[in-house]
Write a protein that binds this ligand. Structure first.
Ligand code: GLC
Length: 595
């Protein structure tokens, strides 16, 4: 998106004193004019390179029919909110037919919509409305496994060992005298064995099938050409309907090592994963062929259709996945896992940028998604606990500190070149919800292992502060309980407050577009010689300062910033009165014209 207006770097007369900041200087973006942008749809070459993509988790975004679970019509109704926020694309987590044993990542029909979410006509309507608003749509594809309710798995269960039906999945005879032991010692990502034994047609205990995730999620057999052909059809089905891209679930998982050898296990009996490595069933070279096979399918459609991989792989392996004949991009989870300190943040920026150069494809940035603790809470834990679900239930994050740092981290992220992926609700600064009764938790990881699991980041969004279910559902129902603190975080309240997290995101996205910060042509430099605990990122005339310390830091005496103007601050601190960088705060400074 380019701007006809004057250089926004010169548009603000504020000095470095954040106290002088005037939120009205940077206007919220006007919603894109449907007609005007519609004609642009699909024209911008390689739009995904610097896009800001907003992840919608359909269960929890907006419920139109009142059953307490979000749906496609609810999403469509709220698309103007996303256009006004200033994102370029929407990624929809799965909305396909599914028994919802893993919140839709257990697909029973890849080419239909689950009745809980609507119909194919609703999907068409959503795509059309999004495109009219200038938003592209990325859909999730789940190729590693299906639901156990998929008709082909049901057929495989009914068929005999060795049959073509069983060859669609990974069935094996067990070990032990009577096949009573699993074929190997692999454990599931959701804990417990990665194999389940079936009962054969004659009633006798029979073969075992592989499921890297829940028992209800049998792995497809990607050595079978029929599986490959089926997924090519799935891609075409959604491309025909107007999908602009795919987020590929467990994109490093489909090909298993030959012979399914035992893995090394740790003292808890779980697969041992050395630091920076992955379990034996992930990141096997054969998986790369799948992307070489898929790329020409996407390229055959107009409008730069893309795929972004959910691949938790060692960084050194990334170049094998990404490139002109392979996938377009992959989530960079290093940034999401970085601790709140200068060294860690700098490394989490430098490494992916170097890799991006190597693969000639911009990196991605992400701080939250539906699988991790929301970053507004993550940053409220002591740094050594800032990532992962290993958090003890009784450990309470510091909510205010978490939000402060989360806003600072988001503002840093949005200044970086490449694509940025936002997770619904982070623009409201939503925390992880911890007070969910166990019986309401739905995450299979909770059910299998008793860990809190991922429901806390999946609680339905608050739209209106004084409506039932905070405007999520007209009936007031909500599949997970929303905590009372959601009232003050509701979108309607934040839209009225220039200091809100929502307004910060809007202004940051507007500036990011105008300054073309997503583009790699404006390289990143790191400023040396800053006070301890301050990270400085240079993007030409823009300097991004991140104060990771808990105290305000004077930077006005640094000659590099003399006369610099504050474009946006993640927090404005009226406690200190210093011409300084407030604690745990990010500033974007324009040094254009500064002496
Ligand atoms: C991915 C999804 C996660 C899901 C898993 C199994 O990691 O993001 O939500 O549970 O795959 O499909």
């Amino acid at each position: 998106m380019s701007s006809q207006s004057a250089d926004p770097l010169a548009a603000d007369t504020r000095t470095i004193d954040p106290l002088a900041a005037d939120a009205s200087i940077v206007p919220s973006p006007t919603p894109k004019a449907p007609g005007a942008v519609a004609s642009d749809h699909g024209q911008a070459p390689e739009w995904w390179r610097d896009a800001v993509v907003y992840q919608v988790y359909p269960r929890s975004f907006a419920d139109a029919d009142g059953d307490g679970m979000g749906d496609l019509a609810g999403i469509t109704a709220h698309l103007p909110h996303l256009a006004a926020l200033g994102v370029d694309a929407v990624w929809l987590s799965p909305f396909y037919t599914s028994p919802q044993k893993d919140a839709g990542y257990d697909v029973a029909d890849y080419m239909d919509v689950d009745p809980r979410f609507g119909t194919l006509a609703d999907a068409d309507e959503l795509f059309a409305r999004a495109h009219a608003l200038g938003l592209r749509v990325i859909v999730d594809i789940v190729p590693n496994h299906s639901s156990d309710q998929h008709p082909l798995f049901q057929e495989a269960l009914a068929a005999a060992p060795g049959s073509p039906e069983r060859e669609m999945y990974v069935f094996r005879d067990g070990r032990g005298e009577h096949g009573e032991l699993p074929p190997n010692n692999w454990t599931s990502i959701f804990h417990g064995p990665a194999w389940t034994r079936v009962t054969e047609a004659d009633g006798a205990p029979g073969q075992w099938y592989l499921h890297i995730f829940d028992t209800s999620q049998p792995d497809w057999n990607w050595e079978n050409p029929e599986v490959r052909a089926m997924f090519r059809d799935v891609l075409r089905f959604w491309l025909e309907r107007g999908a602009d891209g795919f987020r590929v679930d467990v994109a490093h998982g489909m090909i298993k090592p030959e012979g399914l050898p035992d893995a090394t296990v740790n003292s808890e009996g779980l697969i041992d994963i050395p630091d920076g490595e992955v379990p034996v069933y992930f990141d096997n070279d054969g998986v790369l062929d799948i992307y070489r096979e898929w790329r020409p399918i996407l390229d055959a459609y107009p409008g730069d259709r893309m795929m972004v991989l959910e691949a938790w792989i060692p960084e050194r392996r990334l170049p094998l996945y990404i490139g002109a004949e392979k996938a377009h991009q992959s989530f960079n989870f290093g940034f999401l896992q970085a601790r709140w300190d200068v060294g860690a943040l700098r490394a989490a920026i430098e490494k992916p940028l170097a890799l991006a150069d190597a693969v000639q494809s911009p990196t991605t940035w992400v701080l939250s998604n539906h699988d991790v603790i929301r970053h507004a809470s993550r940053f409220g834990f002591p740094p050594e606990h800032s990532f992962g679900e290993g958090l003890a239930r009784d450990e309470e994050p510091d909510a205010a500190l978490g939000l402060l740092r989360a806003r600072a981290a988001s503002l840093l992220m949005l200044s970086l070149p490449g694509a940025a992926y936002l997770y619904q609700g982070e623009e409201l600064g939503l925390p992880e919800v911890r007070e969910i009764p166990d019986e309401l938790r739905e995450d299979p990881a909770h059910k299998r292992a008793g860990v809190p699991g991922r429901d806390g980041c999946r609680v339905p969004l608050p739209w209106l502060h004084d409506a039932p279910a905070y405007g999520f559902s007209p009936s007031g129902r909500s599949w997970l309980p929303q905590p009372p603190e959601f009232a003050d975080l509701a979108a309607d309240i934040q839209a009225e407050d220039p200091d809100s997290t929502l307004e910060m995101y809007r202004r940051a996205l507007s500036l990011r577009h105008e300054l073309e910060l997503g583009r790699h042509e404006r390289p990143v430099s790191f400023l040396e010689g800053l006070p301890d605990g301050v990270l400085g990122v240079g993007r030409g005339d823009l300097v991004v300062l991140v104060n990771t310390t808990g105290r305000s830091v004077r930077v006005d005496e640094d000659p590099r910033f003399a006369g610099a103007r504050v474009l946006i601050a993640s927090h404005e601190d009226d406690a200190t009165g210093l011409r300084a960088l407030p604690a745990d705060t990010t500033l974007w400074l324009s040094t254009a014209g500064a002496r």
